[in-house]
Design a protein around this ligand. Structure first.
Ligand code: M6R
Length: 607
């Protein structure tokens, strides 16, 4: 989604803003721009495409000024052209914006009727016009902001720069994230603390509906009704040193290889390494009182939730559903008193998941946030927080956040099962030991990365790929298909293996690779039958299994991958690794951009 930055500095603003925008590239974008105030007037540079294109514009036509705003745009209203790139300027006002102004059409009609001329097809431009009209009426920029904010509907964040005001930025947020950075004689604003990391780690997070006045000497924050409030200054957990690819080709490759550590850190956030006992965060701490768990998430986080449903039922003995946040958010679901919703999100900012969280609260559920970003909106709005300790994830395709979410969920299920008496002490210990062994097994899989190259070459050339799995392996099949289509643009579908005969079997011929996720668990024999059905129709089988599974079925596979033996309950965490590697290596083979695939955004803050 769009990236925002604003700078009031004692140094030239353009290089600082370009640097911050580079750190926001991971969010996904298709055009970019900067504006500064210099000599009292607004100056602007914009380009379609990546930041390299904007850099070329700046080299031809440098941008002076120590105060500025910058933006990477992920197109919503209108194509990614220079005209639609931010900042948008009307008279003396420039605006950069993330999210959607829902009532923009009505506002635009009103402004046009009053004589305004629009340069772009974006919803953003109405904000610049509304503010400029107020300032033209003789009010201060701050008063203009107070008047305009109540007129806007939707979920958004924006930052405003005003001609003639070299020591002023105005910033506002409603549902979309925005972080203010405090410097020494400087002030900054950005979409997240990652953008600001090299500039400052002193961060003030705006609450929903807040707007702020930034000056080099300090920041004032106001609520939507104009009341001035104090928002706590925090020290960001993100340091500049955490933001890099190291020796890896892509962030995604690095993040795949970060997983032994990410899993181990997350594990120890739930399970005490000394005693092996697991702890429960609120609102799950009243384990016996939990009537039902409703997991709310999108994309990969949803697949973590689907996996968790099996664990919550079988290990914790609790009724559990995993719901797509984008659907749940508007449902009048019937949920029991004493129910707990778990909002799962790497970024903690996915708008659908945030809205689903709010809906769950309105339906009487208490909410636990399972997020990777402690300062995120979802973390702040939940009744309790469990952090995955994956570290910042920049690749658009989620990898280490997924296995960290799985780890946290399994830890929770063990703790709940033990606290509710659904599993005895011995079983809890067996599961904890199995979970403790996962980081080492993951490292073993990663050491054999080369093993996946010939299969990845095959996938890169395919038109369609099917992923099949049963039980705990079904969500991994879904995740494998999502990873492949996201970063290689090869059409892929994940199916419950037993569903194949109800339709997808019609797709199978010798051109379709079928990836079968089949550890030798309680579902294995049935999956074996589905594999036989694929082979009978000439499909090319890639079998991901363990030594026992290879013994039973290996001969029937065109490609056989043997993974380390693990307990069935932890297998989803381990089997996530080969499907990630296959997608990543297929993307490298095809030459697609694994970190910033087309059309995708890292954190989806629109509806
Ligand atoms: O930040 P979140 O976990 O809430 O993001 C949810 C999805 O947008 C995300 O998992 C998306 O599906 C990824 N691109 C998957 O790789």
């Amino acid at each position: 989604m769009c990236g925002i930055v604003g700078v009031l500095s004692a140094q030239p603003a353009a290089p600082l803003m370009m640097d911050a925008l580079r750190r926001l590239e991971y969010r996904g974008y298709d055009s970019a721009g900067l504006a500064t105030v210099t000599g009292g007037t607004l100056a602007r540079r914009r380009a379609a495409g990546k930041l390299a294109a904007l850099q070329e514009v700046l080299e031809r036509d440098p941008l002076a000024g120590m105060s500025g705003i910058g933006h990477t745009r992920w197109a919503t209203h209108g194509p990614p052209t220079v005209e639609n790139a931010h900042p948008h300027v009307a008279g003396r006002v420039a605006v950069v914006h993330n999210g959607i102004i829902e009532n923009h059409a009505a506002l635009r009609a009103e402004l046009v009727a009053a004589g305004a001329t629009f340069e772009s097809t974006t919803d953003t431009e109405v904000v610049a016009h509304l503010l400029d009209r107020e300032i033209a009426d003789g009010v201060s920029p701050e008063q203009a902001m107070a008047r305009v904010m109540p007129r806007l509907t939707g979920a958004f964040a924006f930052v405003v720069l005003v001609a003639g005001q070299e020591d002023l930025l105005l910033a506002a947020r409603r549902a979309s994230p925005l972080a203010i950075g405090l410097g020494d004689g400087a002030a900054f604003v950005g979409s997240d603390a990652v953008a600001l990391a090299p500039l400052t780690r002193r961060i003030v997070y705006l609450e929903d509906g807040d707007w702020a006045v930034l000056r080099r000497s300090g920041v004032q924050v106001f609520t939507g009704d104009g009341t001035q409030v104090i928002r706590r200054e925090q020290v960001s957990t993100v340091s500049a040193a955490m933001i890099g690819k190291g020796n890896y080709r892509h962030f995604m490759e690095k993040e795949i290889h970060d997983q032994p550590e990410a899993i181990a850190h997350t594990l120890h956030a739930v399970i005490d390494p000394g005693t092996g006992s697991a702890t429960l965060p609120p609102p799950l701490d009243d384990a016996l009182g939990v009537a039902k768990i409703t997991i709310l998430a999108a994309g990969t986080s949803f697949y973590a939730g689907l996996t968790a449903r099996y664990w919550m039922e079988s290990i914790a003995g609790i009724a559990c559903e995993a719901e797509l946040a984008s659907e749940f958010r508007d449902r009048r679901a019937v949920l029991p008193a004493g129910g707990v919703a778990i909002a799962v999100s790497q970024s903690g900012e996915s708008l659908d998941t945030l809205m689903a969280l709010r809906n769950a609260k309105s339906l009487g559920q208490r909410v636990l946030a399972l997020v990777n970003v402690p300062e995120s909106t979802i973390a702040r709005e939940a009744d309790g927080v469990l952090l995955t300790r994956a570290g910042p994830e920049f690749g658009v395709a989620s990898t280490k956040a997924f296995t960290a979410q799985l780890t946290a969920f399994l830890g929770l299920a063990i703790a709940l099962g033990a606290a509710r008496g659904h599993i005895d002490e011995g079983e809890a210990l067996r599961l904890v030991i199995a979970l403790e062994g996962v980081p080492g097994r993951v490292a073993t899989v990663l050491e054999a990365e080369e093993r996946y190259l010939p299969i990845a070459r095959d996938l890169a050339r395919a038109r369609d790929v099917l992923y099949l799995g049963r039980g705990l392996s079904y969500p991994i099949a879904l995740e494998g298909a999502l990873k492949l289509k996201e970063i290689t643009y090869v059409h892929a579908e994940g199916y419950a293996a037993g569903e194949m005969k109800h339709g997808p079997i019609a797709l199978i011929d010798e051109h379709v690779p079928v990836i079968i996720v089949a550890p030798s668990d309680g579902w294995f024999d049935k999956t074996a039958s589905n594999m036989a059905e694929v082979r009978a129709r000439g499909g090319r089988v890639v079998l991901l299994t363990d030594a026992a599974g290879a013994e039973a079925l290996g001969e029937g596979a065109d490609h056989l991958v043997i993974l380390p033996d693990v307990a069935a309950e932890v297998a989803p965490i381990l089997y996530a690794i080969p499907v990630q590697l296959l997608a990543y290596l297929a993307a490298v083979e095809k030459g697609t951009d694994a970190d910033q695939p087309r059309n995708l955004a890292k954190s989806v803050t629109v509806e």
